[in-house]
Design a protein around this ligand. Structure first.
Ligand code: SAM
Length: 259
């Protein structure tokens, strides 16, 4: 029976064999890798991944699709984790994970933040996302796309946009162009924020009102004199600051006596 794509689960199924091959080549699965695919759907990536791996983990929310996958593959080859990827504890799969998937676009930002919490268990992630989101992930300071998503993910991962995928590669075709991004966790030595929650609070505040200067957006977190003390002009807007400058602000805030 044909599966009717469910909008609420962000279902756009890949059908273009060349694109599928390119994505699987980019993932480059090797025997011995622990690979987990988020949202296997009708198996466009699952099947070629299973052709190269003895075992694959998948996380899928749609019960109809889970039933199909179960009939097509024995459980010792395809380990199906039924449920919401946003609530899935990826640490249960061990370390050195390769996480992959053509992600449901309607939950991409919360899913990326959820996955960032497991960065220590991850070796590499390769995802298809809306191109617009990928552009924000890899954006540089001063560019229109640069924002909270860029800074918070760039703090934890080195990221590379690999290639774009046109709407015609899917059924049903989405309205937007997609892109493949690779995310590699940075080594622990690179994670120099003393209090990552404080870094998150500063970045959120700095981009909360994009038109306002740091002097205003950081009020309550860091006095103007403290912004100057780390060599940053309080008259700048958050969109001009580099990742290192955000970390310097967060570490200055962490060094202040708590009110
Ligand atoms: N991998 C398939 C492909 O490329 O054709 C399907 C990709 S489709 C864009 C997204 C997949 O994620 C669907 O199978 C959908 O049911 C699943 N999905 C949606 N929300 C999910 C969630 N919260 N947790 C796990 N899977 C989810």
């Amino acid at each position: 029976m044909e599966h009717r794509a469910r909008k609420r689960f962000g279902q756009n199924f890949l059908t273009d064999p060349n694109i599928i091959r390119k994505i699987v080549d980019a993932i480059a699965p090797r025997d011995g890798d622990t690979v987990v695919e988020i949202g296997p759907g009708l198996g466009a990536l699952t099947e070629p991944l299973l052709a190269r791996l003895p075992r694959l983990h998948v996380v899928e929310i749609d019960r109809d699709l889970i039933a199909r996958l179960k009939t097509a593959h024995p459980p010792e080859q395809l380990v199906i984790h039924e449920g919401d990827a946003l609530a899935f504890d990826f640490s249960t799969l061990g370390a050195g994970l390769k996480v992959v998937g053509n992600l449901p676009y309607n939950i991409s930002t919360p899913l990326l933040f959820h996955l960032a919490a497991f960065a220590e268990q991850v070796r590499e992630m390769t995802f298809m996302l809306q191109k617009e989101v990928v552009m924000r992930m890899v954006a540089e300071p001063g560019s229109h796309d640069y924002g909270r998503l860029s800074v918070m993910l760039q703090y934890r991962f080195s990221m590379l946009r690999l290639f774009d995928v046109p709407p015609g590669a899917f059924r049903p075709a989405p309205k937007v162009t997609s892109a493949i991004v690779r995310m590699v966790p940075k080594p622990t030595e690179a994670l120099t924020a003393r209090d990552p929650d404080l870094l998150g609070a500063i970045v959120t505040a700095a981009f909360g009102q994009r038109r306002k200067t740091l002097r205003n957006t950081l009020k309550g977190l860091l006095p103007e004199a403290e912004i100057e003390a780390v060599g940053i002009d309080p008259g700048l807007r958050g969109e001009k600051l580099t990742l290192d400058q955000f970390v310097a602000l967060a570490n200055r805030a962490a060094s202040l006596p708590r009110a």
